[in-house]
Write a protein that binds this ligand. Structure first.
Ligand code: LLP
Length: 421
């Protein structure tokens, strides 16, 4: 459920007509719903009720500080994958002890900043990273709390570009070598080995791969404890999928995911962390665009929008489906027609949907891409010198621009010209 519904024939974000926002900020733009963000966060929080846990929002999904602050005020921690994300979370008021640092390529500088600023734990992905982390911690006279990310060799059955838990992926340490690597880490004076981390992929629409992975983590916990490690925290990653195509998808619910966690690792007495991103932010955001032209092509009509692949890259990059709806609710029973829905960027990949059935649309009409809150604005670029589009946050009947549209001067003046020119 989200809070983007038609009321009196016009799409609303909570209590605000989306067309009012379009009139105020111009298209294209992203708009997020506070109520949806909070609802999705609390679904996870409630699913883990009764266990010691922290829901660490994977802020890579949507990292505007207003979103981070909304979630942090509700009790969320953050999962960060770069020092930039770490600093952004801190700027949004998230304390270091609620931030976990994931990622395969943390540099010594990134590690230093997080250790100095305060961090809940590092999720370490390789032996060389252990060495660097240990050295930096010792140089600062600190002890770094760590988990080691294990790769359980599980097929997440998701898009190849976002599966991470197979042995051929770059992530984590093969679970078969975990004891050896934990022994290495346990002997390092700058590290406190507190737990295990696993994350097998994103947009999972079946619970079975989670179950396989978590059972392996449970088994490993027992082995590592027998080896003398005080395993007291399990970070079980993110990845629960969302219904991108409302008419024919029903991914598992957070409540069932929570029950699975309790069933597979609950008996171990560990503190549980999870790192959901998409399920919290995905359906909490839409991207709103205007139709610039309706162009009649060879046997097909193109809707040419003012938004493009640089604003929402998921269809071009993962062949992702996003439901697309007009801001003005179609009359009941209106006959749909197929459109190819495209942006103005100069490549064929700038196609959002092919032969999508829509109620008839004309130049000037406004439409919304649903489920665009996660991996939307954060993956945008200024390709074709198109300004990053604004982000707006709604709460009840209020809305605020939370990132403005840069002016062309701001964009152009970021370049510097060498003196020889
Ligand atoms: N934890 C780790 C270590 C991750 O790598 C990720 C996502 C998450 C948590 C959050 O996963 P989520 O709950 O959002 O599925 N750009 C792609 C998705 C990339 C996901 C990368 N890692 C897309 O647009 O589908």
């Amino acid at each position: 459920m989200d809070h983007f519904l038609y009321r009196n024939g016009s799409l609303h974000a909570e209590d605000v007509p989306v067309s009012d926002i379009a009139a105020a900020v111009g298209t294209p733009f992203y708009v997020y719903s506070t109520a949806t963000l909070l609802r999705h966060f609390s679904l996870f929080d409630e699913a883990l009720a009764g266990t010691d846990h922290l829901v660490c929002y994977a802020m890579k999904a949507a990292s505007n500080q207003a979103i981070l602050k909304t979630l942090a005020q509700a009790g969320a921690g953050m999962d960060v994958v770069s020092v930039g994300e770490y600093l952004r979370a801190r700027a949004a008021g998230v304390p270091g002890e609620r931030i976990v640092f994931s990622g395969v390529g943390k540099t010594a500088e990134e590690i230093r900043t997080a250790l100095e600023g305060g961090i809940r734990q590092f999720n370490v992905e390789s032996e060389p990273e252990l060495e660097v982390l240990n050295a930096v911690a010792l140089s600062l006279g600190k002890i770094a709390p760590i988990t080691i990310r294990v790769n359980p060799d599980v097929d997440a059955k998701t898009h190849a570009k976002i599966a991470t838990g197979k042995s051929e992926n770059k992530f984590g340490i093969p679970i078969a070598r975990a004891r050896e690597v934990y022994a290495l880490a346990g002997a390092m004076r700058g590290l406190d080995v507190i737990g295990i981390d696993v994350h097998i992929g994103s947009q999972l629409t079946d619970l079975a791969p989670f179950e396989q992975a978590y059972l392996k983590v449970a088994e490993l916990t027992t082995l590592l404890r027998a080896d003398g490690h005080d395993i007291r925290r399990l970070d079980l990653g993110g990845g629960l999928g969302i219904p991108y195509e409302r008419s024919n998808s029903a991914p598992p619910l957070p409540l069932d995911y929570g029950a699975l966690i309790k069933r597979t690792v609950g008996h171990l007495g560990c503190e549980i962390e999870i790192e959901p991103g998409r399920l919290i932010a995905g359906n909490a955001g839409i991207m709103v665009c205007r139709v610039i032209y309706v162009k009649q092509g060879e046997g097909r009509d193109f809707l040419i929008l003012d938004g493009a692949m640089n604003d929402l890259i998921r269809p071009a990059m993962y062949d992702a489906h996003h439901d697309i709806v007009p801001l003005v609710e179609p009359e009941p029973g209106v006959e749909t027609r197929p459109y190819d829905i495209v942006g103005p960027v100069c490549e064929t990949g700038d196609t959002f949907a092919r032969q999508r059935a829509m109620s008839p649309l004309a130049a000037g009409d406004t439409i919304a891409f649903r489920s665009a809150g996660a991996y939307g604005a954060v993956m945008a670029s200024e390709y074709n010198t198109r300004p990053l589009i604004p982000e707006v946050l709604v709460k009840g009947d209020q809305f605020a621009v939370i990132r403005h549209r840069p002016t062309f001067d701001e964009i152009i003046n970021r370049d510097t010209i060498p003196e020889w020119l």
